[in-house]
Ligand binder design. Structure first.
Ligand code: ZN
Length: 386
């Protein structure tokens, strides 16, 4: 039982205080000292879905709400909209099945001790927040962040890497496990039969394609998925224009979590401005995929506008990023500064918490399902839900 909790030693209050205080005081210095700590949590064996399913099954058995609201500096933001999909975070595609937590109707939400509301995020940073989705989510309200009091040693972390920041400045420090790569499936055309994609990302893409088909969007295909270091190196050094290509070790494609989606019969050059590109950018977040290099964020991403490149991050994160028009760089920075947030998406409540490990220990909720992704900033993002 990989995620068997150890006896809690610290309260969430202390964690939050530590996290915020620590970040506040030395964040500038830390930025210079950023070092990938995600390596220790990477597992090359087993399927995360299997693990997640097993964890889910185990957790479900123990699923019992223990209301332990604690003071938190977390910033709460009113979600006004939600994507259409209804599957849990770890299973973006309806076609995948796994044990999932059943929000217990016997566990009413705690109503006591609402969290103090602070506004650590500069208002102007959020003032432009919009969403392209119609509202179908319950209003957000502060009902108490769960107690992240269970210790999880980094050595036991299965790092999903869903939120791992990889760009020109941040290299992938850890060799990517190949065990979760899948060949693009039959029925969905790929450029070659050798395009492989991380299984979770592939499920998301598959569901996205199905939705595209229903919406009468032109035939789409995955032109590129996982790339090994050598392939990326060849691409980079042969590229006439490197504004679209990242150096080896710096491409999300090497995570297996990025796909280049093209329209059948069309090339990269005539993707921009197409109805398909607009549809994909608007709807991909509902499946946990984000348009990674939008046209108006090139100064942040350091990559030219790529209407074809989508990165899997998970539904709650994609939803939040779309809502606030964050690219991944901005989102990670936001989480670093604010600690996290909670939101309800399609009836499921998510708790997102950014943490720096303390003595090799992360803190996770005792009785909630969660996953962990390194941010590639020295911190980790724990996503819990119920
Ligand atoms: Zn790409």
């Amino acid at each position: 039982m990989a995620y068997r909790r150890r006896k809690p030693r610290r309260s969430a209050r202390k964690i939050f205080a530590f996290t915020l205080g620590f970040l506040g005081i030395v964040s500038a210095a830390l930025l210079l000292l950023i070092h990938d700590m995600g390596s220790s949590g990477s597992h090359g064996d087993g399927s995360l879905l299997e693990n997640t399913a097993r964890i889910a099954a185990e957790a479900q058995a123990f699923m019992e709400r223990t209301p332990a609201p604690s003071p938190s500096p977390l910033h709460s933001i009113e979600p006004s909209a939600a994507p259409a999909a209804t599957t849990p975070e770890a299973t973006p595609a309806p076609s995948l099945s796994m044990a999932s937590p059943t929000p217990s109707s016997a566990s009413p939400l705690p109503t006591e001790s609402p969290l103090p509301i602070e506004t650590p995020m500069p208002q102007e940073s959020l003032s432009h927040a919009h969403s392209t989705h119609s509202a179908d989510v319950a209003s957000e309200s502060l009902e108490g962040f769960p107690d992240f009091s269970a210790e999880l040693p980094l050595s036991e972390v299965i790092d999903t890497q869903y939120l791992k920041l990889v760009n020109r400045d941040r290299a992938i420090a850890v060799p990517v496990s190949y065990t979760r790569l899948m060949t693009a499936w039959p029925g969905v055309p790929a450029r070659t039969t050798y395009v492989t994609v991380h299984e979770t990302a592939l499920s998301a893409v598959k569901a996205l394609f199905q939705a595209a088909q229903s919406a009468d969007i032109g035939d789409l295909f995955v032109a590129s998925g996982f790339r090994g270091t050598e392939e990326q190196r060849t691409l980079y050094y042969n590229a006439a224009d490197r504004s679209y290509v990242l150096p080896p070790g710096h491409s999300e494609h090497q995570l297996g979590l990025a796909v280049d989606i093209l329209i059948v019969g069309h090339g990269f050059s005539n993707m921009a401005g197409s109805p398909e590109a607009a549809w994909l950018a608007a709807h991909a977040p509902a499946f946990g995929l984000i348009l990674r290099y939008p046209s108006d964020k090139q100064h942040i991403t350091q990559v030219a506008y790529e209407p074809w490149h989508f990165r899997y991050v998970g539904r709650i994160h994609a939803w939040y990023m779309q809502k606030h028009k964050f690219v991944l760089e901005e989102y990670i920075e936001y989480l670093q500064h604010n600690g996290g947030f909670q939101a309800v998406l399609d009836g499921r409540r998510y708790y997102v918490l950014y943490q720096r490990p303390e003595n090799g220990i992360l803190f996770v909720p005792e009785y909630l399902l969660f996953n962990v992704s390194s941010a590639n900033t020295g911190g980790y993002i724990v996503t819990a839900w119920r």
